[in-house]
Ligand binder design. Structure first.
Ligand SMILES: [Zn+2]
Length: 125
């Protein structure tokens, strides 16, 4: 693939850093932007196990859309009281639709080198 000087149009070697005709610095090829993989941890709509009041619906919506959980709860209550119970209905629907956050286990950390593994369990005699 031939490279041409952007200043004078002279054909240059592929790895040329400067134009041999006019001395202009060659632009390095611009890498395409990395493909953006949407993170599932931010936008995932689940009912978290931490910070929930009833079923975690308001907390899950707040986590998924980066809302303030207080406002989500206030709007839900207002819709329930003044919206003919639509807030409660929406809450129940979300309760059914949204999966519960999977249990998180702490990572298993192997003992550092030089430390003997713990002895096997000995039942009390
Ligand atoms: Zn040139």
């Amino acid at each position: 693939m031939a490279v041409f000087c952007r200043n004078c149009g002279k054909s240059l070697a592929d790895d040329a850093r400067f134009c041999s005709g006019c001395g202009a610095q060659m632009q390095p090829p611009v890498a395409p932007p990395p493909y953006y993989y949407p993170t599932t941890t931010v936008t995932r709509l689940v009912r978290p196990r931490a910070g929930r009041m009833i079923a975690g619906v308001c907390q899950g919506l707040a986590n998924a859309y980066a809302w303030d959980v207080v406002w989500v709860r206030v709007i839900t209550v207002l819709l329930t009281v003044f919206g003919g119970g639509s807030g409660l209905l929406a809450y129940i629907i979300f309760w059914i639709v949204m999966p519960e956050e999977p249990l998180m286990f702490p990572p298993v950390v192997p003992p550092p080198p030089g430390v003997p593994p713990p002895p096997p369990y000995q039942p009390p005699s």
